[in-house]
Design a binder for this molecule. Structure first.
Ligand SMILES: [Zn+2]
Length: 111
């Protein structure tokens, strides 16, 4: 998509993605929290499954279950945060700056 400055017609536009960057960070932070809960669940499940193989199996099952739970949580919410942030950038913020006249504008809602 080519964005053109509504002020001077220049095509040299810089997009900020401010909200996307912030929301991605929040999403990853939330994902780590959710991932921690997932890790506890994964650890419990892994431990139960590992019981079949005896004490060494329980330790391995707990560890692998915890790692998988944490990774799934962090990845899922980090991606969700990026999507939400993109939406905010597009709908709410003036996310574009003209490199020629420094005019800030929102390409999706022209004034
Ligand atoms: Zn301009």
């Amino acid at each position: 998509m080519t964005v053109i400055c509504p002020q001077c017609g220049s095509a040299r536009i810089k997009q900020a993605h401010t909200a996307r960057n912030i929301a991605t960070s929040i999403g990853i932070a939330g994902g780590v929290t959710a991932g921690f809960n997932g890790a506890l669940t994964g650890a419990t499940v892994g431990r139960t499954v590992g019981m079949i193989a005896g004490p060494p199996g329980m330790a391995i099952g707990t560890l692998s279950g915890a790692i998988i739970g944490a990774l799934v949580g962090a990845t899922a919410l980090g991606t969700a945060g990026a999507n939400i942030g993109n939406k905010i950038d597009q709908e709410v913020l003036n996310s574009c700056t003209c490199q020629d006249c420094q005019y800030c504008f929102n390409p999706h809602h022209p004034i």
